[in-house]
Write a new protein. Structure first.
Lengths: 311, 654
């Protein structure tokens, strides 16, 4: 299929997703852009707003094989990565792959697991490979992690440190639906039951093709100038604990490429950068005086307003 | 610095232009042949660059240099002094042009251009020349930019030079206001050939005539208070005592100071600004109370005589009494002014007759004036020539003349009648400048009158010309006898030209007193007005350093790299223009707003503009952020923006 056809298909996929997750078109689009930019996604919200449904729906629409792991405090790294089991018949260890060997891993309530397990997952996310018993196993392509976490629940959770949060390209918050959509939800019944009925818009090969096309979206020098001054401005601000990392900067451009692709453009515009900036900084930037992990919707707008766009 | 070979002629042209500008500034100061030689060298060098003409070698150049130096020496008899030195430098720089090879040589020539500018500034400081000086400064700065970066276009280089100059303006101001300028002739370079002008120390009947045809100002006067009536404005100059039958002279220099005056009436206070005359006369109204502060004496004959010739504009405060009684001098002094005229027998006879009839000296003076009034005398600037017995000729034969003739004849007659008398030369009246509220006294206001000693009232002014032509007291000579003057002076006389001249003279006078003659005293006065109590040279130095530091600070702030403060490229400029047009139409782009966001907002807030604007904004987004925009596309975009007409937002929504 040609890239244009892929774009059309994706547009249809977005429409389908919007019938499942009601009233959140911007968030859905951001999630999709995140995956197309080869980024991992963190969905953070209170329970019951459809985090898991969204993750399911994404996997479904993209036509990817997926696994779900419910993270708990007693989950061990091996429970995710897999274990080597001694085969008596063949007199050798066989590696039994864990749930991570899939194309889309849904890590539910990732902050409930112990730091050791968290770091094992996050390493895999970064390297796109796992090591067990001295052997390296390459993870499938494409490989995404969609993690969810509940910010309110503090008891018995291990908050992800900044270094690990940085590995998620975006953090998306869904929030409560508005009145009309809530009514539709109440009338419509369980949304997850709709999932089997929506067809896959793409398959794994298609996702890889789209990812390549996203990488081809043109990034002009003028745009890099703009992105750079945005990133620099976060580092110069005195009211932030930390600025954006170089990895976050790369992610910003990639995400903007994906956003532009979804909008059907062949080159990135400053508007694309501005659109993906809020979920990109949501889990990375924090004001010095803010309560931890509190949502700060005004910060992104502030940063954008502070950096003039040169003509 | 290595410039591409095809850029070399440009750098050469810049240096030649800067040098030529300097040469042209000297055109009316230095000998014409020197200007011609310099310009010839420029033409030669430029032609050689284009056509590969022959250029002189080292030996030829050395010989040329020696020859030109010899010519300068022969002409000026020195190589020193402003004129000779400048001529020599100009000629040598012209030779230098013939051997220019690299950037260094070209810079030297620009330096010569700047030096010639400096020399011109030292010599001539009229307001009229200021634009020329500014132009030459700009040319030299542009040339420096153009030589450093020959790829710059003409206007770009000039603009660059102009910007550098503008940055330096505050420094120039600080230097002008606060750099301590010590009294004395720091710039006193011998000038040599400056001719003296104005009244001399002798007067023959024709000498005043030369002055009367001269419209140049002699001095300007600012009265502190209401100006006195015009007919009382007798500006006293050289007093002449010795008569040889034809011409009057001041006589031998006598250092006698005047005794204090007995004033009758209120004093007149005023400030005089003399034009350079190369003579030692300072002028004051009759009669000065005392010598003004400065290097000047008040002599026994009520004349102000400076210790040195007036070579530069000079200002002084003076106090005079229009009515006063002078103290009686020693009889020996009075006798000097009794020497009767040689020859002139008929005058002596007339004097004897008058003496017989008059009961006293005052009556004799009145009788003599009556004789002039009723004797058929007339005022003329073209009188018949006089023979050796000049006084006899005037009184009994020609019956016509002007102030010089009548003053001379009257004093001779008085002396023949045994009344001490002397000729006073000076100026009468002046022209009031309503724009600057000051009086201009011109050479054409030159006048001569008589003074007689009368027991009881002391030295008394008698103006025989006023008897012959009473209107001379109220009007200038130009008014009185316009036909006697050449066309140029008559043209100057038309009312609107006169108003124009008054304005110009006021500007010139302001320039002269406030800029050219801004002195150490002026600097201290400025500090005083700025609130420094009892300022001195140290305060001036402090103010200068403070100003310098402020300027450096300002400069430092200016050249700090601003974040992305680079000048936008052609596409950016066109986009900014589009945004400005949108702003005028009521849609202002936020600094962070991208083109498509702006287009969206336009569609919502100003839907009427959207069709015209949306396409352009999208085009800009493609050109700026798309794959490589070619120049043609940018030009098309620029043209489209230029043709766009959105009108002005009247406030009506949408």
């Amino acid at each position: 299929m040609s890239p244009d056809a892929d774009a059309l298909v994706l547009a249809r996929a977005l429409e389908t997703l919007e019938t499942v997750i009601l009233g959140k078109p911007a968030q859905i689009r951001l999630c999709l852009a995140c995956l197309l930019a080869r980024g991992h996604l963190l969905i953070e919200d209170v329970p019951g707003v459809g985090k898991t449904t969204l993750a399911h729906a994404l996997a479904h629409v993209l036509g990817l094989a997926w696994q779900r792991v419910q993270f708990t405090s007693d989950l061990l790294p091996a429970d995710i990565i897999g274990v080597s089991i001694f085969d008596r018949a063949q007199q050798r260890f066989n590696f039994r792959q864990g749930p991570i060997f899939t194309q889309l891993l849904l890590a539910d309530e990732v902050n409930r697991a112990s730091p050791r397990t968290q770091s094992a997952l996050l390493e895999a996310m970064e390297e796109r490979q796992v090591s067990a018993d001295g052997t390296t196993y390459v993870l499938p392509e494409p490989f995404f992690v969609v993690a969810t976490q509940n910010p309110r629940e503090q008891l018995g959770t291990f908050a992800l440190p900044e270094s690990q949060l940085d590995r998620f390209l975006m953090r998306v918050t869904l929030g409560y639906p508005d009145a009309a959509h809530e009514r539709a939800l109440l009338r419509g019944g369980e949304r997850r039951e709709l999932l089997p009925h929506i067809g896959a818009a793409l398959d794994a090969a298609g996702v890889l093709r789209v990812q390549r096309a996203v990488r081809e979206v043109h990034v002009a020098d003028a745009l890099l100038d703009y992105a750079q001054s945005l990133i620099a401005s976060t580092r110069e601000r005195a009211d932030l604990k930390l600025g954006l990392s170089p990895r976050a900067g790369q992610g910003l451009v990639r995400a903007a490429q994906a956003w532009a692709y979804l909008a059907g453009r062949r080159s990135v515009l400053p508007e694309d950068v501005q659109a993906v900036l809020p979920p990109l900084i949501a889990h990375r930037l924090e004001r010095r005086d803010a309560e931890p992990h509190g949502p700060d919707p005004g910060l992104a707008a502030e940063i954008i307003r502070a950096v003039p766009l040169s003509p | 610095m290595s410039a591409a070979p095809d850029l070399r002629p440009r750098a050469l042209a810049w240096s030649a232009a800067a040098f030529t500008g300097g040469v042209l500034l000297q055109a009316d100061r230095l000998p014409l042949w020197a200007t011609a030689v310099s310009l010839l060298a420029v033409a030669w060098r430029l032609a050689a660059e284009r056509r590969r003409l022959w250029l002189p070698g080292t030996l030829q150049r050395a010989l040329l240099a020696l020859a030109l130096a010899a010519v300068v020496l022969a002409r000026f008899h020195t190589l020193n002094g402003l004129a000779a030195g400048t001529t020599l430098l100009m000629l040598m720089a012209a030779l230098k042009l013939l051997e220019t090879r690299g950037t260094r040589d070209e810079r030297i020539l620009v330096g010569a251009g700047l030096f010639l500018l400096l020399a011109a500034c030292l010599d001539r400081q009229d307001l009229l020349r200021v634009p020329l000086y500014v132009a030459q400064t700009l040319l030299c700065c542009g040339a420096l930019a153009g030589i450093a970066a020959p790829q710059l276009e003409l206007l770009r280089a000039l603009r660059l030079g102009g910007r550098a100059l503008l940055l330096a303006v505050p420094l120039a101001l600080v230097l002008f206001l606060f750099f301590p300028r010590f009294a004395g002739g720091f710039w006193a370079i011998p000038r040599g050939d400056a001719a003296s002008t104005g009244l001399g120390d002798s007067m023959d009947p024709g000498s005043i005539m030369q002055l009367i045809a001269n419209y140049d100002p002699a001095f300007r006067v600012r009265f502190h208070g209401a100006p006195p009536p015009r007919e009382t404005l007798y500006w006293r100059g050289p007093v002449l005592h010795e008569f040889d039958g034809h011409a009057w002279r001041r006589g031998p220099e006598r250092l006698r100071l005047r005794a204090p005056l007995e004033p009758l009436g209120a004093p007149v206070r005023y400030q005089v600004t003399l034009e350079p005359s190369q003579r030692r006369w300072w002028f004051a109204l009759e009669r000065p109370e005392r010598a003004p502060a400065g290097r000047v004496f008040l002599t026994y004959d009520d004349q102000l005589v400076g210790t040195e010739p007036v070579a530069e504009p000079l200002s002084y405060e003076a106090v005079s009494y229009l009515r006063s009684r002078s103290p009686a001098p020693p009889p020996a002094q009075l006798r000097e002014d009794l020497t009767p005229p040689p020859g002139n027998p008929r005058t002596r006879a007339l004097a004897a007759t008058l003496r017989e009839r008059a009961p006293n000296d005052a009556a004799l003076v009145a009788a003599a004036l009556d004789y002039l009034r009723s004797g058929g005398f007339s005022y003329s600037l073209t009188p018949a020539p006089l023979s050796a017995d000049a006084v006899d000729d005037l009184l009994f034969r020609t019956h016509e003349g002007f102030c010089g003739h009548y003053a001379s004849a009257f004093v001779a007659l008085m002396r023949a009648a045994q009344i001490p008398a002397r000729v006073v030369t000076g100026y009468l009246g002046g022209e009031w400048n309503p724009i600057g509220s000051y009086l201009v006294v011109r050479q054409s206001d030159a006048h001569a009158w008589a003074e007689v000693w009368l027991a009881g009232s002391g030295w008394t002014r008698v103006d025989p010309t006023a008897v012959v032509a009473p209107e001379r007291l109220h009007r200038g000579v130009l008014d009185l006898l316009p036909d006697a003057f050449p066309t140029r002076e008559r043209l100057l006389h038309s009312p609107w030209l006169r108003a124009l001249f008054a304005g110009w003279d006021a500007a010139n006078s302001w320039w002269g007193t406030h800029v050219v003659k801004f002195s150490y005293e002026g600097q201290l006065d400025l500090l005083r007005r700025l609130g420094v109590r009892a300022p001195d040279a140290v305060d001036l130095g402090r103010a200068f350093i403070a100003g310098l530091l402020l300027w450096l600070l300002w400069l430092g702030l200016r050249i700090t790299p601003r974040p992305r403060g680079v000048r936008p490229d052609a596409l950016g400029r066109a986009y900014l223009r589009l945004c400005r047009a949108l702003g005028r139409a009521g849609l202002t782009r936020a600094p962070h707003e991208g083109p498509l966001a702006l287009a969206e907002r336009c569609a919502i807030e100003r839907p009427r503009l959207a069709p015209a604007v949306e396409g352009l904004l999208q085009r800009y987004a493609e050109l700026r952020f798309g794959r490589g925009a070619d120049d043609q596309a940018v030009r098309d975009f620029t043209r489209a923006v230029a043709q766009l007409s959105l009108g002005r937002w009247s406030g009506a929504f949408p």
